[in-house]
Design a protein around this ligand. Structure first.
Ligand SMILES: Nc1ncnc2c1ncn2[C@@H]1O[C@H](COP(=O)(O)OP(=O)(O)OP(=O)(O)O)[C@@H](O)[C@H]1O
Ligand SMILES: [Mg+2]
Length: 464
């Protein structure tokens, strides 16, 4: 059976209380009684040791019994305890004790059997202990007196400890009553407290279920600043972020499908136009050129979308190796020669050293370079001068692509690394920089931008 947290906590409260009360009842109270009785016994033993001199001197002397009785009474008066002198007789083999003098009048106190005195005789040394008699408890200290070579008498100091026993019994009873009440309160209090906690946890659980079902609109009410309240705050924050992620995801899909639809529709249109038979060869060639462009746009878009989704899912694998940045930059710049001619642009390479080494994935590094050089060409007017520099300082390889175009609108700068964000009318889909910055991050590096009219620089830094 699985007990709910509420019952488990209530039972725990109950259990702790039960153990505390049990310890008080079974250990502390009896311990108190033992201590008090032991104190009395030591006091009796001390009196027996120090005050019984006159009695000892009378025993075995020629003085009459009446003198002994007077001394016994005097000793009892001085110590306020009962003093009894017992004579030991060995007539039946085992020693037998019979009272010779007793400070207590017959019938005034319960008759005692003096088991402690017997123990003192057989040990031949003083003994202390208690004796129970008709519901009363008596503490006794017996000290043997030797004469004529053996124990002839025993002096017993005794006093009732029934008061102690009764008081401790009352205390134990009170512990039981108070403990019982405390147990009921603990059970009830524990139950109520955990029920209130349970309700708040349940509220969190329901909210989690709502989030799981896709509802990001309803935050939990924060009703206190305690741990559960803080959990609710954290939960609401998580819900808000999940809501943002969800809307970003929906946005992404909507934008991606829109981006895909545009070239597909355009392709469909051109294919229909091409089906017409009376097209002159020139128009047909123009249309085919358009078809080629749209197919190229679709190809780039699908590759970019795949790269970006892999990067965001963390499933794009990098293959780092020792790369010569100078050589790679030269190769990638070379690829752009035809486009440079088309744009009437000029590209200058400035490499700090013949070899610039860095440990990275050369394919992905080339991809970043292509994205940056492509942007410097497509988002600038014809005749742009592009400067590509590569170098290495304090453990970092740096690659910068600078152009002298019109620059990026300062309002747009913080957003250009977002997927699908475009800041001008060029026909890009806005994925280039999103991919480049994700790739830079995966390489433990960083892509940054500085732009003003006439000078825009993208800088890539990666650990060398
Ligand atoms: N060198 C640059 N000069 C001016 N604007 C730039 C430059 N590089 C990027 N931008 C701006 O940043 C935006 C985002 O660039 P990004 O490369 O991500 O997308 P894109 O070039 O529009 O499309 P894609 O690269 O996916 O074909 C661009 O639309 C452009 O407005
Ligand atoms: Mg681009």
């Amino acid at each position: 059976m699985r007990l709910s947290l509420r019952y488990r906590l209530a039972l725990l409260f109950f259990g702790i209380n039960l153990v505390a009360i049990g310890a008080l009842y079974l250990y502390v109270a009896p311990g108190l009684q033992t201590r008090l009785v032991n104190d009395t016994l030591s006091e009796l033993a001390a009196h027996a040791r120090t005050d019984s001199g006159p009695i000892i001197r009378t025993i075995g002397s020629a003085e009459p019994v009446s003198v002994l009785r007077t001394r016994v009474d005097a000793a009892a008066l001085a110590s306020r305890e009962r003093v009894t002198v017992l004579v030991v007789s060995y007539a039946l083999g085992a020693p037998q004790l019979s009272p010779e003098a007793d400070s207590s009048k017959p019938g005034a106190t319960p008759p005692l059997r003096f088991p402690i005195a017997y123990r003192a005789v057989s040990a031949g040394a003083p003994r202390t202990g208690t004796e129970g008699m008709r519901g009363a408890t008596v503490a006794e200290a017996a000290s043997p007196v030797r004469y004529q070579g053996r124990t002839g008498s025993v002096i017993v100091y005794s006093t009732s400890v029934s008061d102690i026993v009764r008081s401790v019994a009352v205390v134990r009873h009170e512990i039981l009553v108070a403990g019982g009440i405390a147990l009921i309160l603990a059970l009830l209090g524990g139950y109520l407290l955990t029920r209130a906690l349970g309700r708040r946890v349940k509220r969190l659980e329901r909210a989690a279920e709502q989030v799981a079902a896709g509802d990001f609109e309803h935050p939990i009410r924060i009703d206190s600043g305690d741990e559960l309240g803080q959990l609710a705050v954290a939960f609401n924050e998580m819900q808000r972020q999940l809501g943002q992620l969800e809307s970003a995801r929906k946005n992404f899909i909507a934008t991606a499908s829109h981006e895909l639809r545009t070239p597909i529709f355009s392709l469909g249109g051109f294919v229909e136009l091409l089906e017409e038979e009376d097209l002159d060869p020139d128009t047909r060639r123009r249309f085919l050129e358009q078809v080629k462009q749209q197919v190229e746009r679709l190809r780039k878009l699908s590759v970019d979308l795949l790269d970006l989704s892999r990067l965001e899912a963390g499933s794009l694998e990098l293959r780092p190796e020792l790369v010569d940045l100078a050589e790679l930059t030269r190769a990638v710049s070379g690829e752009f020669e035809p486009t440079l001619v088309q744009h009437d642009a000029h590209l200058e390479l400035r490499l700090a050293g013949r070899r610039i080494e860095a440990l990275c994935d050369p394919v992905r590094l080339a991809q970043i370079m292509r994205i940056l050089i492509d942007n410097a060409l497509t988002h600038t007017p014809p005749g742009t001068r592009i400067l590509v520099t590569a170098g290495q300082t304090d453990g970092h390889a740096r690659l910068a692509v600078r152009d002298d175009g019109e620059g990026i609108d300062p309002v747009a700068v913080p957003r250009i690394f977002e997927p699908f964000y475009t800041a001008d009318d060029a026909q890009g889909s806005g994925l280039g920089l999103a991919i480049a910055s994700e790739l830079a991050e995966r390489m433990a590096g960083r892509l940054s931008v500085r732009s003003e009219p006439g000078e825009t620089t993208f800088m890539l830094e990666i650990p060398a």
